[in-house]
Design a protein around this ligand. Structure first.
Ligand code: SF4
Ligand code: SF4
Length: 308
């Protein structure tokens, strides 16, 4: 099944201390709406079944967003918007925005929530937005699906934030903070974990520059090797870019064998492997030109037969 994270614009209205999207290039980029619509149609023709609007804050361009969501609905594509909910200051304002997206055919709202987001955005906004998804006065349509992505470093500091979600009976899922972008400077607490496979589904990311990456998180910032950069739509079709992602043997090992096994093949000790989080281990191997060249060469040979 082809799904993609769609970056219409990298512009955001807050500056979270943990933001992965913040990288060396501080310039905001944005697509032309007409071009974005052409690309969505091309994605539909290439068999894309799910588009997640992400990157900066998509609600900054709410009119454009509604048009793109409507187009997804027209082509039978499942659509999701990832938002910081800064727009849901009151129940009335939340209802207004959600009604527009519901009417455009949005499938799901995913709200980002964390102690870092909430330095800029009141927690009550999340409650207002969730309530509007369940039922809103402006829109008679049935409830819209939502979930809260609770970004956490699993420290005790996050307990009151999680309790707040429980107290308000909200649907949430804990997501480990990714130590990349601004969070790259965070202090790492020691990991206490089992030896996990660390398989990664690798959702592709389409950037406003029309570059496509095989990974929508830290991997799109591996600038030493550009390992996850699939190409640019100016030179290839959406279908070709997806095919590249689907047929690359090393990517497929990441999906099926998992990053821990690849690291074990590369010579890392089990004791070292459990000290790294998934994306960090990925960066250690795939953002290192020498190591990457070796793994690429062996992806269809030794690595294929490797069992831990
Ligand atoms: S984490 Fe999300 S809301 Fe926060 S600055 Fe980055 S894009 Fe904006
Ligand atoms: S583990 Fe690697 S491929 Fe998966 S999200 Fe992290 S950086 Fe991307």
């Amino acid at each position: 099944m082809r799904n993609i994270a769609f970056g219409y614009s990298t512009r955001c209205n807050v500056k979270c201390a943990h933001c992965v999207a913040a990288d060396a290039d501080p310039q905001n980029t944005k697509m032309e709406l007409g071009r974005a619509k052409e690309i969505i149609v091309e994605m539909a023709e290439a068999g894309v079944q799910g588009i997640s609007f992400t990157a900066g804050e998509p609600f900054i361009y709410l009119d454009d967003l509604c048009q793109m969501v409507r187009l997804c609905h027209q082509y039978g594509i499942y659509s999701r918007v990832v938002s910081n909910c800064s727009w849901a200051k009151t129940p009335e304002l939340a209802d207004e925005c959600i009604a527009r997206l519901k009417e455009s055919g949005l499938s799901q709202l995913r709200m980002s929530y964390s102690r870092w987001h909430q330095e800029n955005i009141p927690r009550q906004n999340i409650v207002n937005a969730a309530q509007s998804c369940k039922s809103c006065k402006n829109c008679k349509k049935i409830a819209m699906d939502y979930f809260i992505s609770f970004v956490t470093d699993f420290s005790q500091q996050d307990d009151p934030f999680e309790q707040f979600l429980r107290d308000h009976n909200l649907i949430y899922f804990p997501e480990p903070v990714i130590f990349a972008g601004r969070a790259g400077a965070f202090e790492r607490k020691p990991l206490r974990t089992d030896f996990q496979a660390n398989c990664c589904p690798m959702n592709p990311y389409f950037a406003p520059t029309q570059d496509m990456y095989a990974c929508c998180d830290a991997g799109s910032h591996f600038t030493r090797t550009n390992f996850f950069h699939l190409g640019n739509l100016k030179n290839s079709s959406i279908d070709q870019l997806f095919r590249q992602s689907e047929t690359n043997s090393l990517y497929n090992h990441i999906r099926t064998m998992g990053i821990s096994s690849i690291a074990s093949y590369a010579g890392y000790k089990a004791r070292e492997i459990v000290q790294y989080r998934k994306c960090e281990l990925c960066e250690k191997m795939f953002n290192n030109p020498v190591m990457l060249a070796r793994l690429l060469q062996e992806a269809d040979a030794g690595l294929n037969e490797w069992h831990r």
